[in-house]
Design a protein around this ligand. Structure first.
Ligand SMILES: [Zn+2]
Length: 369
């Protein structure tokens, strides 16, 4: 489930591209700037996992050793690993938070989450959330947990949350289905999954993870209308000002599992996004443009945006206001169903990076997943 280019960077270097000048500037500010200007921390990171195994598809798996290394990193670097509902409430209520907060989430209720992931997290005393698509569980599908195991997890304090019934591509209409009919179908499915989870575990958290991270503006409105917070799968940290109908999460498996890459993301900060136009991820372009206005405690000369690992030119609308557009050059196009652009900037006086990912989905009929 790649929504960003493979990155090979060392902690402290520019995460999206180890640019020499950016590194030099980052080091300079580390030396010259004193302490943070933020009165209080207002960020967290939500990590996404699927399988914890050496024998499942690599792109959605990390090995038990890789997970252990990430958990050790969290333990050894003063992270407060909180249950997801506590993280979401703290952000929404704009509570004072520790400098480093993380929540760990697992999607799809695969067997290895229960057999390998849960015991390892328990060893570290870290809470977790499980996003369940209910139909594979109701069908006793191979490779998935059963309700007894999921109840076991719930009894151990795991948050059991919504991942729809059938793991649908929510943005795709069925043949001859109107948009209103599609939204009604998705609303029914959302509520049915929620009911199944409540019936089986007694939990009713009203937190949805969009399958494949896919959503559109109509979907996020419907979800909010039902009182849900929704999480996507575009990379990025979450903050006070995040969009609680499409919160970013960092996938930390596959290419992104190794600790050099994962640690940069676990330390990431949320830009305040003042403008994001278009807001919707849906596009029919292979090189869509987006206009952004980003705020945070960073030096604008250190802001960099990237697509497929290549730097994008920032077209300034107002540089002082950090208001700009980005679009890949004419020869550079993206053919995947899902792709994204990343913008990062180091926080002044630190080696932590603000991180934003503009996530696109190009759901043409020939571009099914
Ligand atoms: Zn999923």
């Amino acid at each position: 489930m790649r929504t960003e280019p493979k990155q090979r960077s060392r902690s402290g270097r520019h995460p999206a591209r180890a640019a020499g000048t950016a590194l030099a500037l980052a080091l300079m500010t580390t030396v010259t700037a004193g302490c943070s200007t933020d009165a209080q921390a207002q960020h967290a990171v939500i990590a996404t996992y699927h399988h914890v195994s050496e024998s499942t598809p690599r792109s959605t798996s990390l090995t038990p050793d890789q997970l252990r290394t990430q958990l050790e990193y969290l333990r050894d670097n003063d992270f407060a690993v909180w249950p997801l509902d506590r993280v979401l409430a703290a952000l929404q209520n704009q509570e004072d938070m520790p400098e480093r907060v993380a929540a760990l989430t697992f999607d799809d209720a695969y067997e290895s989450i229960y057999t390998t992931g849960l015991p390892m997290l328990q060893e570290f005393g870290f809470p977790m959330t499980l996003f369940v698509s209910t139909q594979p569980i109701d069908d006793n599908q191979d490779g998935y947990l059963n309700w007894d195991q999921i109840r076991d997890m719930a009894d151990a304090g795991v948050i059991i949350a919504n991942h729809m019934v059938n793991h649908p591509h929510m943005i795709d209409a069925l043949p001859d289905e109107s948009n209103a009919e599609r939204l009604q179908r998705l609303r029914d499915e959302l509520l049915h999954a929620q009911q199944r989870i409540q019936d089986e575990t007694g939990q009713n958290h009203k937190i949805l993870a969009y399958p494949y991270g896919e959503f559109d503006n109509d979907i996020s409105e419907m979800v909010a209308d039902e009182g849900f917070i929704a999480l996507a799968q575009n990379s990025g940290a979450v903050g006070y000002h995040s969009d609680f109908t499409a919160l970013p999460r960092f996938p930390l498996a596959g290419f992104y599992a190794d600790i050099e890459t994962a640690s940069t993301k676990l330390q990431a900060l949320a830009f305040e996004i003042k403008v994001q136009e278009p807001r919707s991820p849906i596009t029919d372009s292979r090189r869509p443009a987006v206009t952004l206005q980003l705020a945070g405690d960073f030096n604008v000369s250190q802001l960099g945006c990237y697509a497929g690992g290549e730097p994008l030119e920032l077209e300034w609308i107002d540089r002082d206001a950090v208001h700009f557009s980005i679009q890949p050059a004419a020869g550079r196009t993206f053919d995947a169903r899902r792709f994204g652009y990343i913008c990062t900037a180091p926080k002044r006086g630190t080696n932590r990076y603000y991180w934003y990912n503009k996530f696109w989905t190009r759901p043409t009929p020939t571009n099914a997943d």
